[in-house]
Design a protein around this ligand. Structure first.
Ligand code: F6P
Length: 491
């Protein structure tokens, strides 16, 4: 990171709009002949930023792998676009952060600490334990956040708008404001926010640094009002900040930060077009052949602790144990794609999912019927095929910032799909009226909701799906991005 820190507070750049996120819009691999291969990613931010279609905008992101680091090193000041890479509609500056610092910041603090706090994931009798190892990780997180602030300060034109994303970069807004008070800074949290009692698990100085880091922004955005209010409650509780619930502002040490709620929606045009391409049709035919004329319960997730896949499988097992009329009449299709495999908790969780899936098939399968189809390899067209086919979608996270699967299924569904939805998903705020709401910890109630979904009349399912799709698409990614940018510029 040497060259990054020397650029601190150096000459002003030229970008009028900047985005910063840990994961960028592209990633690299290495081909057999040693050359770099580039892969473009998707997601809300990529579609969102396309709304401004501005080649002078700069996206600052971290190098996540050795190939990324090589690409970043070989590009002038990490600017992939200047090295001739096809990075999309904007410039990309990829930060060559040394692998140890990156791993401590990303795995240690962002994913093992802040993610766990906001999703209430700790088994508290034994974790967390903030020891000397954590302090090393925290120092790395500070350096990683400073690297982003330095790069943004170097790229931003005077008065530019900077949109900083997520819990990886909670310190960056305040650091950036210090270096460039002329900028308009926004921060957006894609996660839930923990209630104060749980947030206070963090060491006091860390808890305060995360809050004051975000309060360095002019606007702090959240996916739901619930998460925005939880953030404000933490600011009141830990900082003694003043929250104005009518204006949705937090004032601390003389500065006011506006809170915003922007409920990211599904991308209708993209999804409907993508879901009817031949590769999806092929996979749909294969799934139909495997399922026959049986009903389907579908779930699609990263294998992520917060997604509650194990209890979802327990609920399906309970359904089959208590309602034998479903034997040979339903198939549960569960896609659980690898995620954060550097963390032991995630590897163990994946193994637990696989064990339970095997046990369910062992308990109920017959020569003619496989009750559960589990796939752990990522295949986006197959996910879309499953969305189209589903009679019931199961989305039961312990806690989730939004959950876009809940919003995508109704948009893509061929014949209407009942949605079993956790009340702890951000999406529930908009979809609750037409979903079958569950407490994610209540396995028996979840099994009952699955049964209700499976027995819902086709007419009711279709009607609910129409309303769900309308609610799910209220704020498509481009508008989601533009709203934030406009409101930031209007301050
Ligand atoms: O929900 C927060 C988030 O950063 C999402 O934006 C993203 O889809 C997810 O976590 C994936 O995280 P990672 O980059 O660690 O795979």
């Amino acid at each position: 990171m040497g060259d990054l820190t020397t650029e601190r507070s150096s000459a002003t750049g030229t970008a009028p709009v900047l985005v910063a996120s840990n994961r960028g819009p592209v990633s690299f691999g290495t081909a057999d002949d040693g050359t770099l291969t580039l892969r473009r990613g998707g997601g809300g931010l990529v579609s969102g930023l396309s709304a401004i279609d501005d080649p002078t905008a700069v996206w600052v992101c971290a190098a996540l792998s050795d190939a990324d680091r090589r690409a970043a090193r070989e590009a002038p000041a990490g600017r992939l676009d200047l090295a001739g890479h096809e990075v999309g509609g904007q410039a990309v500056r990829m930060l060559d952060i040394d692998p140890e610092t990156f791993a401590r910041a990303y795995n240690g603090v962002a994913n093992s600490t802040l993610w766990f706090v906001h999703h209430l994931l700790y088994a508290t009798p034994t974790a967390p334990s903030f020891d000397a190892g954590f302090r090393t990780e925290w120092a790395a997180y500070q350096a990683y956040n400073a690297a982003f602030a330095d790069a943004l300060a170097a790229e931003a034109a005077p008065g530019a708008a900077v949109l900083v994303q997520d819990y990886h970069l909670s310190l960056t807004p305040a650091l950036l404001r210090e270096a460039r008070p002329d900028l308009r800074i926004g921060h957006f949290s894609h996660t839930p926010w923990a209630p104060p009692e749980y947030y206070r698990l963090l060491p006091d100085d860390v808890a305060r640094a995360v809050l004051t880091g975000i309060l360095g922004a002019d606007r702090a955005g959240f996916l739901t009002e619930r998460w925005a209010r939880a953030f404000a409650a933490c600011c009141e509780d830990l900082l003694g900040a003043a929250f104005d619930p009518a204006a949705l502002t937090v004032t601390h040490e003389g500065r006011t930060t506006h809170l915003g709620v922007h409920a990211l929606g599904a991308d209708t045009d993209f999804l409907r077009e993508r879901a009817h391409r031949p590769d999806v049709d092929e996979r749909l035919a294969a799934l139909r052949a495997a399922v026959g004329d049986r009903r389907t319960i579908v779930r699609v997730d990263r294998t992520e602790l917060s997604k509650n896949i194990v209890r979802g499988l327990q609920a399906y097992r309970h359904l089959l144990r208590t309602r034998p009329e479903w034997h040979d009449r339903v198939v549960h299709i569960a896609f659980a794609y690898p995620s954060r495999t550097d963390l032991a908790e995630y590897r163990d969780y994946t193994a637990a999912v696989e064990r339970l899936a095997t046990a369910i098939n062992a308990e109920f399968a017959t020569p003619a019927w496989q009750p559960l189809i589990l796939h752990v390899n990522d295949d986006f067209p197959r996910s879309l095929a499953a969305y189209r086919l589903a009679d019931v979608a199961l989305v039961n996270p312990i806690r989730d910032g939004m959950n876009l699967v809940a919003k995508e299924v109704p948009v893509v569904s061929d014949h209407g799909c009942a949605l079993v939805l956790s009340r702890e998903a951000g999406a529930h705020a908009e979809l609750g009226d037409d979903a079958l709401t569950v407490n994610p910890y209540d396995v028996i109630a979840t099994a009952e909701a699955l049964h209700t979904g499976l027995t819902m009349s086709p007419g009711e399912r279709a009607d609910r799906t129409k309303r769900l799709a309308a609610a799910a698409t209220a704020l498509p990614p481009q508008q989601w991005f533009l709203d934030q940018l406009n409101q930031l510029n209007a301050l």
